[in-house]
Design a binder for this molecule. Structure first.
Ligand SMILES: Nc1ncnc2c1ncn2[C@@H]1O[C@H](COP(=O)(O)OP(=O)(O)OP(=O)(O)O)[C@@H](O)[C@H]1O
Ligand SMILES: [Mg+2]
Length: 419
């Protein structure tokens, strides 16, 4: 009896399927393989990691630490976050507190009574731009000394790396590259030193590899073995819809579920959940319990594609702005809008972009090719023939709805100006 997922990560009785993925990741953890989890946005990366950690902890064989670096502005913040998230670990936590004894003395016995946010602030106060590597090493050593092997999940690492690399306009700077290099070297060194005692599982809502490639730091990803999380198959998505329908007492004939999946084209778990939730609301509103294909269509067109339904799109845009910066984002906007309006992006059009966006050649700004690489890596577009098309039908429809109406292709604008 699975319950609705909402939009935050899910585990336990809200978590559906992913049996193969959980097995594969568990095997990697048991073999001490550090993993980099990659997937398109909203695919369920965080949920998969949370559920894996829940199961591993439940087995009693592992201790688990989950760290989210979304709010970390620099390596010192990241180190404080790893430290504070180790607090359920008993022995390791005592050692961490020991290594911060001088800064924690003032709080004394009351430290344990502090809220997590306050603990983080206290730890952070003992870490600065000079000593973060030593502080971080001490935390890793503490984790490695735990009486069980530790699984350290680090979510949103690419967001921090992107922050380190780039200035306000999204340009990779020499200084930024150096900071990212230092931080990733430190993480890699600890991953190697404590292999087997501490297994790392990295994930993020934007891809790490395109970022590292852009900065010439790809070697840092060597110790992580990539694992690509795929969308649900239509069968799995349909089974999830059927189970949700069962839980909430909705009559959902198989052909209705299948039609819903077909509209999405790519069954990203979050979109499947959203579709069910909106269908449920719609039926409730109409005072009915049984869904028809017409209901599916109406909900898709009027709810999923409505302005309210598009709220999620802002999340996509925000993340793209984060990875691509002020200089790369307009290129992505142009490429995605052209692809949505035309249904696909032809090679001829693609070949004209580098000339059009010649200003992108500014040092450190992502090239047209770099932007395309991000869009492909992060699952927005896929190659088809010589060109590209949207992977997800929903995202394509969203993009067209939002940017399609007034869209005038850059290439056309140029021709117009030359006239
Ligand atoms: N295994 C699953 N079972 C049921 N629902 C899921 C599952 N995985 C993901 N979802 C749905 O997708 C939503 C997003 O999941 P999650 O936050 O884990 O994705 P993510 O890939 O980490 O997203 P982001 O790219 O934003 O970081 C959840 O709120 C839930 O509705
Ligand atoms: Mg996530």
């Amino acid at each position: 009896m699975i319950r609705k997922g909402g939009s935050n990560w899910v585990d336990g009785d809200r978590f559906f399927d992913r049996v193969v993925e959980l097995d594969a990741l568990e095997e990697r953890v048991r073999e001490g393989t550090h993993t980099l989890l990659t997937a398109q946005r909203r695919m369920g990366k965080t949920s998969l990691v949370r559920e894996l950690l829940r199961r591993l902890a439940e087995s009693g064989e592992f201790d688990t630490v989950f760290v989210d670096l979304e709010a970390a502005m620099d390596p010192a913040d990241a180190v404080a976050e790893i430290g504070v998230q180790a607090r359920p670990l008993g022995g390791a936590w005592d050692r961490i507190k020991g290594s911060f004894a001088n800064v924690l003395r003032e709080a004394g016995d009351r430290f344990e009574e502090l809220a997590v946010a306050d603990m983080r602030v206290r730890l952070r106060a003992g870490i600065d731009a000079g000593n973060w590597p030593q502080r971080g090493d001490a935390i890793f050593s503490a984790l490695a000394s735990d009486d069980k092997p530790v699984v350290l999940a680090v979510d949103e690492l690419p967001i921090l790396v992107s922050r380190l690399l780039k200035d306000g306009t999204g340009i990779v700077t020499t200084q930024g590259r150096q900071s990212a290099d230092e931080f990733l070297s430190w993480l890699r060194r600890n991953g190697q030193t404590h292999r087997r005692q501490v297994t790392m599982l990295l994930s993020g809502s934007v891809g790490l590899e395109p970022l590292l490639e852009q900065a010439g730091l790809s070697a840092h990803a060597n110790i992580y073995s990539a694992y690509d999380l795929r969308p649900w198959s239509e069968d799995t998505a349909a089974a999830c819809l059927a189970e949700l329908a069962g839980t909430y007492g909705i009559g959902l004939p198989p052909e209705v579920g299948e039609d819903m999946c077909r509209r999405l084209r790519c069954c990203i778990p979050h979109h499947v959940q959203m579709f069910f939730d909106k269908l449920h609301e719609h039926l409730r509103h109409e005072g009915r319990r049984n869904a028809t294909t017409d209901d599916g269509e109406r909900v898709y067109l009027h709810e999923m594609l409505s302005v309210r339904g598009q709220a999620d799109l802002q999340h996509y845009e925000g993340r793209l702005q984060t990875v691509l910066g002020k200089s790369g984002y307009p290129v992505a906007l142009e490429i995605l809008s052209a692809t949505a309006v035309e249904g696909r992006l032809e090679r001829d059009t693609l070949e004209l972009y580098p000339v059009h966006f010649a200003a992108q050649e500014e040092v450190g700004a992502p090239s047209v090719e770099g932007v395309l690489h991000v869009l492909e890596h992060d699952g927005y577009l896929e190659r088809e023939g010589g060109g590209y098309r949207f992977v997800s039908g929903l995202l394509e429809d969203w993009w067209r709805g939002r940017y399609g109406a007034n869209f005038e292709p850059a290439i056309e604008r140029e021709r117009g100006m030359g006239r």
